[in-house]
Ligand binder design. Structure first.
Ligand code: AP5
Length: 216
């Protein structure tokens, strides 16, 4: 099963990907996570990506497309995967379509939310530095402040979850990523999910879409 999770920053892509990987045993490929890991390890890629990420801008297409092609060639992708945060521009989507030929993506799950919801979700989001578990200080706080329930790691606020950067990420999303809704709708792959529901309700809605795909 090859899936794309599409949606604004903070729509809940990572939250839902955690649930899908548990149930369907396919890897989550998050370009944001790959980039953050490189920033943490101060690799050449990380140093380059940091400049863009701090401002809420997109990392250039050629860099991201190279990362994804390498990642999809790994063994664990043979039975499928969930792409979270990729593609984010039309050239990225076209490069993916080309790279997969003659195969193709099974479904694009578009989690639709308004800007107000995004701002509330991202400004109160906290993430585990160690295992990546996602929390929200109002809806799903860690039991002990600053400590991950799952692994005991440090729970922190992402640098790009500050208000000014969130606003720019949203602007970039509307300009560069939202056109993908039409792109995948025209190709008959898009399923729209109401992202304003609760985490479990959205997971059920996605599950009923995925259960109809069948096979890997
Ligand atoms: P990335 O890490 O991909 O960030 P993003 O797309 O902005 O998405 P987020 O991780 O912020 O949000 P999400 O939808 O996963 O929401 P979450 O589940 O955490 O990218 C970061 C940066 O890397 C980009 O800005 C760019 O610079 C670069 N980059 C990455 N990919 C790139 C690409 N392909 N091309 C170029 N550049 C790229 O949920 C958010 C919060 O809401 C959490 O607190 C959660 O607990 C809560 N929540 C979730 N669902 C619900 C719900 N239903 N009800 C209540 N609360 C909820």
């Amino acid at each position: 099963m090859k899936l794309i999770l599409l949606g604004a920053p903070g729509a809940g892509k990572g939250t839902q990907a955690e649930k899908i990987i548990d149930k369907y045993k396919i890897p989550q490929i998050s370009t944001g996570d790959i980039l953050r890991e490189n920033v943490k390890n101060q690799t050449e890629l990380g140093l380059k990506a940091k400049e863009y990420m701090e401002k809420g801008e997109l990392v250039p297409d050629d860099v991201i497309i190279g990362i994804i092609k390498d990642r999809l060639a790994k063994d664990d992708c043979r039975n499928g995967y969930i792409l979270d945060g990729f593609p984010r521009t039309i050239p990225q989507a076209e490069a993916l379509t080309e790279a997969l030929k003659p195969d193709k993506i099974d479904k694009v799950i578009f989690i639709n939310v308004s800007d107000d919801v995004v701002i509330e979700r991202l400004s109160l989001r906290r993430v585990c530095k160690n295992c990546g578990a996602i929390y929200h200080m109002k809806y799903n706080p860690p039991k002990e402040e600053g400590v991950c329930d799952k692994c005991g790691g440090e729970v922190y606020q992402r640098d790009d979850d500050k208000e000014e950067t969130i606003k720019n990420r949203l602007k970039v999303y509307r300009e560069q990523t939202e056109p993908l809704v039409k792109y995948y709708s025209d190709s008959g792959l898009l399923v729209e999910i109401d992202g304003t529901k609760s985490v479990d309700e959205i997971a059920n809605d996605i599950d009923s879409v995925l259960s109809k795909i069948g096979g890997n």
